[in-house]
Design a protein around this ligand. Sequence first.
Ligand SMILES: C[S@@+](CC[C@H](N)C(=O)[O-])C[C@H]1O[C@@H](n2cnc3c(N)ncnc32)[C@H](O)[C@@H]1O
Length: 349
Amino acid sequence: MSVEPFTRLDNAPEIRKRLLPYCRLKSGDIWIDSVAGHKVGLLDAADSNSVEKIFNGEKATLAVQDPPYNVVVGAENTDCLSKRNLADYVNWSKHWIENNIAVLAENASLYIWLGADQREGFQPLPDFMIMMRNYSDLQSRSFITMRNQRGYGTQKNWMAVRQECLYYTKGNPVFHVDAEYTDIPKILRQGYYKQVNGERTDNMQRSKSGNIRAGNVWVDVQQVFYRLHENVTGCYAQKPLKCIERIIKASSSENDLVADFFAHSGTTLIAGEKLNRRVFTFDNDPIFAELTIRRLEHFRKTGLTGFQCGNPFPEIDDVVLTVKKDESKTSNRRSKLSNVSKTAEPVLF
Ligand SMILES: C[S@@+](CC[C@H](N)C(=O)[O-])C[C@H]1O[C@@H](n2cnc3c(N)ncnc32)[C@H](O)[C@@H]1O
């Protein structure tokens, strides 16, 4: 067993009550970073005034959005990550998408992480994709799947190990292909040849690197769990920095503005800070907005990208909750996406 000071903070009313006085943002507030010009708000993504307020006329070259997936996470339904009627979810998505389009630059990229509940007709992914066809400014560009190391499953179904990310563009934004190269060496020659400048070259000679490109199936991203420095205690749906950094490197340039309307643990903010991009981000939960700011402050002070098992709220040092070993955040988030009962053991590979 390992010990983290907090469990999921969306679903711990007693702890939330004690943390709220230490959260510096009240509803509608925006924290402006005096060092690099980032902004963190306590705002609602679906509210156009809130989005206008934080952007204040500025436009983002890139938006990385990771909204609630409309699946119950880890058998819990909370205000932060509740499951709603599919039509309501799609309607809510329209609002934040339109708010997002309003702050995209003329040439911009939009990435949206989403899930597909295999027990419920794969909602909301297909419905969301069809809804997105209404926005003629946006071109569909790629459909990325990220593989989790751990999954959930029974012996009677394929183990669920995937997360989806939709990539759209507006206008003609940058795409830095270098960002796509992984650390995985090419181990196979691909056995096809081409004449280049009168010479016969094989595939390996012509490619830029000895490593493989990630393509749109990402198998090289470690899920966040409590042993990693980037872990932010209390967050239940944290994305690995590596996948957000890949997106930022590919689809923006230094000093660009990046938008993230669903901050949670502040992964996009940390990735932007590391890569010299400004980030405007917000959450509608004061505790996650505060964690986002604290994570940045902690990174600047220590060089560490998260708190590992440490307590981001040292003001409260008497709360110790034991969490299950191996509990990884993305698996938690995916647990309801499989045909598995609440009591089924996770399957490791
Ligand atoms: C899936 S998490 C985002 C995870 C984030 N990418 C990370 O790596 O930490 C979704 C977040 O959206 C927030 N949220 C839900 N509805 C929202 C809304 N209407 N406006 C802003 N944030 C919202 C939740 O509080 C939650 O923290």
